[in-house]
Design a protein around this ligand. Structure first.
Ligand SMILES: C[S@@+](CC[C@H](N)C(=O)[O-])C[C@H]1O[C@@H](n2cnc3c(N)ncnc32)[C@H](O)[C@@H]1O
Length: 319
């Protein structure tokens, strides 16, 4: 079995690793988590491909680990099995203050060049080898997926036709979708869709999305937001207490992912949390992932706590 390294973002202590596992589950990949060392999650699997993991939001890249070595003993790589066709480049990445010889990339590149059919191309390589440096160890790895995290920045509030202070950052919205383990061709409902941030992220991975909001402004705004990114969604107006009737033709969906209204930020006076909790079992065949500012919901334990500022924490529940 091969070992893969998921280079996790450290924007939250637990969610990036949980998101990685959830995506492997959603994609039906056989795997075993070997260990986690800070930002490195090591996973054993037979075959992890870019198509399966490029939906991750809180991972920078996924690489197959080929060899571990002491950074100053890179010459030993010459005796190890290595293979690559076409062009390649070697780049290094420091994950802590591990020291490495100045010319490490060039020297590892020479060894690969000499011992394989590959040839160096630093500008547009077919294969990128990464040498991760951590805890006085070097990990020679082949990049499997280099995740384009800049696309999340391009979908932030200020780049959408409709925005509101309630909008989630696209990366968080995307991670919540992934935590639900919804497959790319699955169906998803956000019954408090607001500006459509969760729906947008789910639609972009290929899901069939349904949204509900009690405010006209949000319904129209989220429709515009999805349209602006060329994805489709079925967004209807109404109160969550009527969700079963309103989405009679669409329920149950595979997954429900939502961000409940927060007391202070919400224009709506009646807190719909209890109504939503009563409905949970009817809505999704698989998982429901919801975020709220409450950590004391009867019968539910939050999976993650997200610090927002001194007087606001958010809690993510996975049911
Ligand atoms: C926290 S916001 C959702 C924000 C959203 N995740 C986004 O990124 O824009 C909660 C939404 O729930 C809606 N809402 C409040 N009470 C509702 C109810 N009873 N039924 C349906 N929607 C409701 C509000 O109008 C608001 O848009």
């Amino acid at each position: 079995m091969a070992t893969y390294l998921f280079l996790l973002s450290q924007e939250h202590p637990e969610i990036p690793a949980a998101e990685a596992r959830a995506v492997l589950n959603a994609e039906n990949i056989d795997y075993r988590v070997k260990e986690q060392e800070d930002s490195m999650l090591f996973v054993e699997s037979d075959d992890i491909k870019a198509e399966a993991v490029d939906r991750l939001a809180m991972t920078f890249e996924v690489a197959e680990v080929l060899h571990r070595f002491k950074p100053d003993q890179y010459q030993k790589l010459a005796a190890k099995p290595l293979s690559v066709d076409g062009s390649f480049a070697v780049r290094k990445e420091y994950l802590d203050d591990t020291e490495a010889p100045d010319e490490l990339e060039r020297n590892v590149g020479r060894i690969i060049d000499k011992n394989t059919d590959g040839h160096v191309n630093l500008n547009a390589p077919d294969t990128l080898f990464r040498v991760y440096l951590y805890d006085d160890t070097a990990y020679l790895s082949r990049i499997v997926a280099d995740i384009d995290r800049s696309s999340y920045e391009q979908r932030k509030n200020q780049f959408r036709p409709f925005s509101s202070p309630v909008s989630l950052h696209p990366r968080l919205a995307h991670a919540l979708v992934n935590l639900s383990e919804v497959p790319c061709d699955g169906t998803l409902l956000d019954p408090f869709c607001g500006t459509g941030g969760i729906l947008l992220e789910a639609a972009l991975i290929g899901c069939d999305v349904h949204g509900l909001d009690i405010q006209d402004e949000m319904v129209n705004g989220s429709r515009k937001n999805l349209e602006a990114f060329n994805v489709e969604g079925d967004i209807r107006k109404g109160n969550v207490e009527d969700v079963n009737d309103i989405f009679d033709d669409a329920l149950p969906v595979d997954a429900v992912v939502t961000d409940l209204p927060y007391g202070k930020a919400s224009k709506i006076k009646d807190d719909p949390t209890d109504t939503f909790l009563e409905l949970i079992d009817d809505l999704a065949d698989e998982k429901t992932v919801f975020m709220t500012d409450k950590d004391d919901l009867d019968g539910y334990e939050p999976a993650f706590e997200i610090y927002v500022h001194r007087s606001l924490n958010r809690y993510v529940y996975i049911v």
